[in-house]
Design a protein around this ligand. Structure first.
Ligand code: AHR
Length: 497
C-alpha cells in the first residue's frame, strides 16, 4: 500500500483545546471505590486515595474529568455526599442497581482532581431533580461565603470555593433508560430554565446541553434541533456520546467506525448551525464529546452481577489491540474537528471501561487503549493542521471508501514540533507513506512511536503488558519529505523537531 500526504503550516484547522483529552469518573462499579479510592491500600494517601492510580493519571495529563455521572447523576442527591462521612446515608443506587455509601462526594472528589492536575466537569441531576438542586449545588461549590450553601461548605471544611467552571445540564436525557427521561420539548425547557438560574447565581460558568446518546438513537438529530431551539442562547456546548464494539468479529468494519463518529460530529455541527441561522445568531455552538470509547466486552458478565452489591466489577472491559487502534482513530477524528470539538471525555478513567485498571488491594496496570490516549494527550497539543491525504481505500460492511490511512497532524509552535498521528487500517499489509513537509524547513525526525501486534486480540493484564509502544518505527526525514513505513494494523506517532 502507498499513501501520500501534504502537511503545511498554513493549513490550520484550529488551536486544539486541550480539554479534548479529558476523561470521566462515575460512581459506578469500581471506578471510585476500589479504583481511585481505597483507604486500606498500601499506596493510599491520608484521604484514602490510591497514589499508584494518581501517578498513572498524572502520566496521562488529563485536563478535565467529568463527575459524578453518567446515568448515576440522574438519581443522585448531592447533599448525601457532603458533610461528616459517618452521617452520610447509604442508598440504593438505581441506575446501576448497587449500594452507594457516599463515602466519596463532591468535596473529596474536588480535592482529588486538583491533586491529579485536572479540572472538574460537574454534572447536575435533571432526571429525578431539577432547578433547585442544581442552583444549590452550584452555590455550595462556587460561592465564596455568606450564604446558606456556601457557608455549609465552609463548615464542612472547605473554606475556598471549588470554582467549577464547566457544568453539564443532566446526562443522556434522550435515553429511555435514564431516570427521569424526557422528551426533547420537556428537556429543552428544563435545561433552559436551569441554565438561567445557574447563570444568575454564577455568570462565569460554561454550560453543556444534553445531545443524543449516540447517532443511532431514533430521535437523533431531531433531539438536537428541538432542544437547542430552547437552549441555544443559554448554553456553550452540546454533548455527544458514543461507544463502539466489534460484536460480530468483523475487524475491517470495526476499524472503520471512526467514520461514524465523523458523521455524528458533522451532523451535530450542521444541526447547531441550522439553529444558529434560524435564530439569526452570531454565536457558534461548540461540541463536548463527553463520553466516548469502546464498550462491549463486559456486556455479558454484567448481566450476572448480583443486584445491590457494593462496588462490583461492572463494565470492566479488557481491551485488546484492535480496540487501541480504534481509540487512536477516534482521537484523530477529534483533532480533525478541532474547530468545533472543544471538550471530550474518554469514558471512563479507572476500572469502568477504562485505560487504567486496579486490583483490589493490589496492582494498577495499563490497558492497551492507555497508549494512543497517552500519545495524543502528550503530543497532540498545539494547532491542528489539515493534512491533504491521498490514500488507497476499502469497502467494509457498513462503510464505503474507508481510507486505509487515518491521520491527523498537530503543530506545536511553542515547542517547535510537528506530530503526525497515523493509523494503518489494513489488517494484512504495511503502508509506505510519503509526506511533504517542506514548509517545516530544517525539521528532523525526533521519533517514530509504533503500537503494533501480530494478534488483534492481544490484551494486557496486571502480570503482562503484551501491547505497548516501541520507538523503532521506520521513518526518515530528508529534504522536506518524510518517508515512513506504517506496519499493518498499527498506530503511529511520527514526531519532527
Ligand atoms: O459510561 C457508562 C454509561 O454510558 C454512562 O453512565 C451513561 O451516561 C452512558 O450510557
Amino acid at each position: 500500500l502507498k499513501a501520500r500526504m501534504i502537511v503545511d503550516k498554513s493549513f490550520r484547522i484550529a488551536e486544539v483545546d486541550n480539554r479534548i483529552y479529558g476523561s470521566f469518573i462515575e460512581h459506578l462499579g469500581r471506578a471510585v471505590y476500589g479504583g481511585i479510592y481505597e483507604p486500606g491500600h498500601d499506596t493510599a494517601d491520608e484521604h484514602g486515595f490510591r497514589s499508584d492510580v494518581k501517578e498513572l493519571i498524572r502520566e496521562l495529563n488529563v485536563p478535565i474529568i467529568r463527575y459524578p455521572g453518567g446515568n448515576f447523576v440522574s438519581g443522585y442527591n448531592w447533599e448525601d455526599g457532603v458533610g461528616p462521612v459517618e452521617e452520610r446515608p447509604t442508598r440504593l443506587e438505581l441506575a446501576w442497581r448497587t449500594i452507594e455509601t457516599n463515602e466519596v462526594g463532591t468535596n473529596e472528589f474536588a480535592a482529588w482532581a486538583k491533586d491529579v492536575g485536572s479540572e472538574v466537569m460537574m454534572a447536575v441531576n435533571l432526571g429525578s431533580r431539577g432547578i433547585d438542586a442544581a442552583r444549590n449545588l452550584l452555590e455550595y461549590c462556587n460561592h465564596p461565603k455568606g450564604s446558606y450553601w456556601s457557608d455549609l461548605r465552609r463548615k464542612h471544611g472547605y473554606e475556598q470555593p471549588h470554582n467549577f467552571k464547566t457544568w453539564c445540564l443532566g446526562n443522556e436525557m434522550d435515553g429511555p433508560w435514564q431516570i427521569g427521561h424526557k422528551t426533547a420539548e420537556e428537556y429543552g425547557r428544563l435545561a433552559l430554565e436551569t441554565a438561567k438560574a445557574m447563570r444568575l447565581m454564577d455568570p462565569s460558568i460554561e454550560l453543556v446541553s444534553c445531545g443524543s446518546s449516540s447517532s443511532a438513537m431514533a430521535t437523533f438529530p431531531e433531539w438536537e434541533a428541538v432542544t437547542l431551539d430552547h437552549t441555544y442562547d443559554a448554553v456553550d456546548y452540546v454533548s455527544l456520546h458514543t461507544y463502539y464494539g466489534n460484536r460480530d468479529g468483523d475487524s475491517a468494519n470495526y476499524l472503520a467506525r471512526g467514520m461514524d463518529m465523523d458523521y455524528f460530529i458533522q451532523t451535530v455541527r450542521s444541526t447547531c448551525d441550522y439553529i444558529k441561522s434560524k435564530k439569526r445568531s452570531k454565536k457558534t455552538m461548540y461540541l463536548s464529546f463527553d463520553e466516548w470509547n469502546v464498550w462491549y466486552h463486559s456486556n455479558n458478565a454484567d448481566q450476572k452481577i448480583e443486584p445491590w452489591s457494593f462496588a462490583p466489577p461492572q463494565l470492566e472491559d479488557v481491551y485488546n489491540f484492535e480496540d487501541a487502534l480504534l481509540v487512536g482513530s477516534m482521537l484523530v477524528t477529534f483533532l480533525r474537528h478541532a474547530d468545533r470539538v472543544k471538550m471530550a471525555c474518554l469514558a471512563q478513567l479507572v476500572n469502568v471501561i477504562a485505560p487504567i485498571m486496579t486490583e483490589n488491594n493490589g496492582r494498577a496496570w495499563k490497558q492497551t487503549i492507555f497508549y494512543p490516549y497517552l500519545h495524543a494527550s502528550k503530543y497532540g497539543r498545539g494547532v491542528s493542521l489539515q493534512p491533504i491525504v491521498d490514500s488507497p481505500k476499502y469497502d467494509a460492511k457498513d462503510f464505503t471508501d474507508v481510507l486505509y490511512l487515518d491521520s491527523a497532524v498537530v503543530y506545536n509552535e511553542a515547542d517547535d514540533e510537528v506530530t503526525i498521528f497515523a493509523v494503518n487500517r489494513s489488517l494484512d499489509t504495511a503502508m509506505d507513506l510519503d509526506c511533504d513537509v517542506r514548509s517545516f524547513e530544517g525539521y528532523q525526525l525526533a521519533e517514530h512511536l509504533v503500537l503494533e501486534h501480530d494478534d488483534l486480540k492481544a490484551v494486557n493484564t496486571a502480570e503482562e503488558e503484551k501491547v505497548k509502544p516501541h520507538n523503532r518505527g521506520q521513518s526518515e526525514c530528508k529534504d522536506g519529505k518524510v518517508t515512513a513505513r506504517l506496519p499493518k494494523a498499527s498506530w503511529n506517532v511520527i514526531r519532527l523537531k
